[in-house]
Design a protein. Structure first.
Length: 72
């Protein structure tokens, strides 16, 4: 073991910063008059009806099965 002939260095530590206080207020509901009240309304109807499609036009599809032993 050898002794050092120079003095040890002093490192100053930065002061701690304060953590800001965060407050969350739970809303109690809409403010009266902030949004107009909607009463009733119109019913929209689609112009075209759904019709059955011939079987030759439809392509059947299903889920792909993973090989045995496959792990997600």
């Amino acid at each position: 073991m050898k002794l050092a002939l120079t003095a040890l260095k002093v490192t100053e530590v930065a002061p701690l910063k304060f953590v800001p206080l965060m407050v969350t207020v739970v809303p109690t509901g809409p403010v009266v008059g902030a949004k107009p009240v909607i009463v009733g309304g119109l019913t929209t109807v689609n112009a075209l009806e759904l019709v059955a499609v011939p079987p030759g036009v439809v392509t059947l599809s299903g889920p792909d099965l993973a090989p045995a032993g496959t792990v997600a």
